[in-house]
Design a protein around this ligand. Structure first.
Ligand code: ATP
Ligand code: MG
Length: 423
């Protein structure tokens, strides 16, 4: 056993898994760019207050944050999510004075002290977008469609979009009052967390993770009976645009999402599968009318989502969806059969690498047998073979590893030969 082990709930990425992670990242970056988003990168840690703003009785803030005092006695927190930090940065850098809407995306690690299990880690990656400055059903749908396109392009099957409205501030207030009344009547049937939530944030009881199938929760009053006309109209316009674009969705009246900052629209993408991933959300988002203001900014609306990249990775794994998406990294292996040929091999490798052709050589063996073993491991597209004979005649033998066709070419022609074939 290794002397040191990784911290519980963290993962190493290497070989295939790092290629998968990067493939997902690159796909999401490309699509975000096509939709007009620009990247923002905020620090991995912030003053704790920044994250407390997302809801001082949310699960994240009460249980899941990695918080510590630094040597200057400041309370610092490893970011558990992206939105709060992006809002902080948006205001601090006066991005609101630039374009509106301001469309941003981020990618990076997040940290939450949670019980590790399938799809739940203590360090994980999120890819997310945030749009500030405009609130229209068309924009909201464009945001949802961008997430949907990511999952379509990745070839994900058997997922669905759950969507709901929790109304504007007025509707929400009325609904919250009704929920408090209702849950107080049934307080004995609630888990201890939910008991505490009744007066602080009754909506969050609907998102109970301890007992999601509790009939008391399932039969609670529904937001739709408390929506004012404006909220109703807004939501139905969103749904009709999604219909128009043939994006399938399920309206789930119990969907509220765990954070305080949402208003109106909330949504999640959920996977159906016959393993432990079943029912897991791999993307969550919504609109937030009050968040920027709660950070001391102006009354600026926002909307965003965050994708759990590890969950996405496991889903593509479980659906065998990688096919040829994760590229073989080495294009050429140079096999050399004596000491001087090894020097020549390094020289040729140097040249190929200058031309952006990923190349490997064998550093120590002189036999074909050993070097073919390495070829089996690396599975390069081409093998170049160089021995005394080739060296003396300034030629190499070059073999297409797939078709097994072998040719002899002069050393000056290697680059043009490979460039023609590798395109
Ligand atoms: P859950 O309900 O599963 O706890 P959440 O509501 O806490 O999720 P968000 O804060 O909305 O999640 O984060 C967005 C996405 O990030 C989630 O849909 C999920 O895919 C991913 N995610 C959240 N927590 C974790 C975690 N601990 N490990 C891996 N991925 C996570
Ligand atoms: Mg959570």
């Amino acid at each position: 056993m290794a002397k040191y082990q990784k911290v519980k709930g963290t993962q190493d990425f290497f070989e295939k898994s790092i290629l998968k992670l990067r493939y997902l990242e690159n796909t999401m970056r490309r699509i975000a760019k096509n939709y007009g988003y620009n990247e923002i990168k905020t620090p991995i840690f912030e003053h704790t207050d920044v994250f407390v703003r997302i809801g001082d009785d949310s699960d994240i803030v009460t249980k899941e944050m990695y918080t510590f005092l630094d040597k200057g006695n400041r309370s610092i927190t490893l970011r558990p999510e992206g939105t709060a930090a992006v809002v902080r940065s948006y205001l601090e850098n006066k991005l609101y004075a630039k374009t509106s809407p301001m469309k941003l995306f981020y990618f990076g690690p997040m940290f939450r002290y949670e019980r590790p299990q399938a799809g739940r880690y203590r360090e994980f990656h999120q890819f997310g977008v945030e749009v500030f400055g405009k609130s229209t059903p068309l924009l909201d749908c464009d945001v949802i469609i961008s997430a949907n396109q990511i999952f379509q392009e990745l070839g994900i099957k058997n997922y669905h979009l759950k969507i709901n409205t929790i109304g504007d501030n007025e509707s929400r207030k009325l609904y919250s009052e009704k929920l408090v009344e209702y849950f107080e009547e049934h307080i004995n049937h609630l888990c201890s967390d939910c008991k505490r939530r009744i007066n602080k944030n009754p909506l969050r009881i609907l998102d109970c993770k301890v007992d999601g199938n509790n009939p008391i929760i399932k039969n609670a009053p529904k937001i739709h009976d408390f929506l004012n006309q404006e909220s109703k109209d807004y939501f139905s316009e969103v749904l009709s645009i999604l219909d128009y674009y043939q994006v399938d969705y399920i309206v789930d009246e119990n969907l509220v999402r765990g954070l305080d900052y949402y208003t109106d629209l909330v949504f999640e993408f959920i996977i159906e599968s016959n393993d432990e991933l079943d029912g897991l959300a791999f993307c969550g988002g919504g609109k937030y009318a009050n968040l920027v203001e709660s950070f001391g900014g102006m009354d600026i609306p926002g909307i965003g989502y965050a994708i759990g990249v590890e969950r996405l990775l496991s889903i593509v794994d479980s659906q065998d969806g990688w096919n040829d998406k994760i590229e073989n990294d080495i294009d050429v292996l140079i096999i050399s059969l004596d000491k001087l040929s090894k020097l020549k091999a390094l020289e040729i490798a140097y040249l190929l690498r200058l031309h952006n052709i990923p190349t490997e050589i064998d550093y120590e063996h002189y036999t074909m047998k050993h070097q073919f073993k390495l070829a089996d491991k690396l599975n390069p597209k081409f093998l170049i073979i160089i021995g005394e004979e080739e060296r003396k005649n300034n030629i190499v033998s070059i073999k297409d590893n797939e078709t097994k066709v072998e040719e002899t070419i002069s050393q000056e022609k290697i680059i043009s030969y490979l460039k023609g074939k590798l395109l």
